[in-house]
Ligand binder design. Structure first.
Ligand code: ATP
Ligand code: MG
Length: 360
């Protein structure tokens, strides 16, 4: 059975230090939910509270409405996968996987059946008699995953399960994890500080900073309409420029564009977040003036590093497929796709662009 997980005003303190000051969120049944944030923001702390390895200083955590704050870890029916695989070195693969079942006094034939099934789910049948030391990192992580899901947990918790693997294997394994989670449909909380990994695997992501959730949404929403400047800069690449906003008009230096954002004051200073793909080279006389510093041709597109006249350095990705490569030293005028960019108040706390409504 898979469950809904509710966090209500959840508080975590280590001694006098508050690490999570009161967090509320709901993870839906069967959802692949990711906690994403910089090192030290409280991801592992929160996950351990769900698992029962950390005390909860305030608020409630519920599985399908049932409060679990005081339930011992062993009674929560949770499967866990960590960064260091934590598989037993003295047991072969199938014994490692069977461990949780043997502990639950399940009949031998049934254990064998379940282990066979999981071996095939995570695609390691051929290694079932091998000892862990003769497995690659990715294979060991599949064993750890198999061991976590063979007990048919209500909740699957994963804390940076891929961070010990090399770059290529990380991508293979993240696809495998996503596919397996999709098939078994267990409510999953996944922790990572790798934003690309989070985007690739998650149904929804919570971006955390200093124990506080900054934004919850699906990967597309978070990328396109980040709630604040922290989220905009944490997810993907972006360029931040200072500008001013007046009724229907955005100005960056002497460059102005129409916008649909309405404001009641005359003119306010803003931070403008423009992703590299949200610029284009202007062929009329208007735009942000800059000089090409460097270009990198990547086949699918070309990345340009440009020094703007006002002094800021920006990155622009030309996705037009044009054969025209601009050379270092060349002067260009850049315009922006105003419907796609995000405009924040000067402190970066609120996204003013969301007021225009709708996704693009
Ligand atoms: N047992 C503990 N006692 C005191 N402080 C702790 C303890 N465990 C963690 N902390 C502190 O709580 C904060 C959150 O730590 P946590 O391990 O949850 O971060 P994280 O988001 O998982 O980071 P990372 O990405 O580096 O794993 C940090 O400031 C950390 O120093
Ligand atoms: Mg951690």
């Amino acid at each position: 059975m898979s469950v809904t997980i509710q966090f209500q005003d959840v508080l975590k303190k280590y001694g006098e230090t508050t690490v999570i000051p009161g967090l509320s969120l709901e993870v839906k049944e069967g959802e692949f939910f990711t906690l994403l944030g910089p090192s030290g923001c409280g991801k592992t702390t929160l996950l351990r509270m769900v698992a029962g390895f950390n005390s909860i200083e305030g608020g409630d955590i519920r599985f399908n409405g049932k409060r679990i704050n005081d339930l011992p870890p062993g009674k929560r029916n949770i499967g866990m996968v960590f960064q260091n695989y934590a598989i037993f070195p003295h047991m072969n693969v199938q014994h490692n996987i069977a461990f949780g079942l043997t502990n639950r006094h399940i009949p031998k034939e049934e254990i064998e059946k379940k282990v066979e099934k999981i071996l095939s789910t995570v695609q390691i049948q051929e290694y079932k008699n091998r000892m862990p030391e003769h497995l690659s990192g990715g294979q060991q992580q599949r064993v750890a995953l198999a061991r976590a899901i063979v007990i048919e947990p209500d909740v699957l918790l994963m804390d940076e399960p891929l961070s010990n693997l090399d770059a290529k294997l990380r991508i293979d394994m993240r696809n495998a994890i996503k596919e397996i989670q999709n098939n078994i449909h267990i409510t999953t909380i996944y922790v990572t500080h790798d934003q690309e990994e989070a985007m690739a695997v998650s149904d929804r992501i919570a971006i955390m900073d200093k124990g506080i959730i900054q934004h919850i949404g699906n990967p597309r929403e978070i990328y396109r309409r980040p709630a604040n400047l922290f989220v905009a800069t944490f997810i993907g690449h972006t360029n931040i420029l200072d500008g001013t906003l007046s009724q229907g008009k955005l100005s960056i230096g002497s460059y102005t564009e129409k916008t649909e954002i309405e404001i009641n004051k005359g003119e306010i200073p803003v931070k403008v977040s423009i992703r590299p793909e949200e610029f284009y080279i202007s062929d009329d006389k208007q735009g942000l003036a800059g000089t090409i510093i460097n270009s990198v041709f990547l086949g699918l597109n070309t990345h340009y590093f440009i020094s703007l006249e006002q002094g800021t350095r920006i990155e622009f990705v030309d996705q037009s497929g044009s054969d025209n490569i601009y050379k270092s030293g060349e002067k260009v005028l850049l315009k922006i796709h105003t419907k796609r960019i995000n405009i924040f108040d000067k402190n970066g706390e609120h996204n003013l662009s969301t007021k225009t409504g709708g996704m693009i």
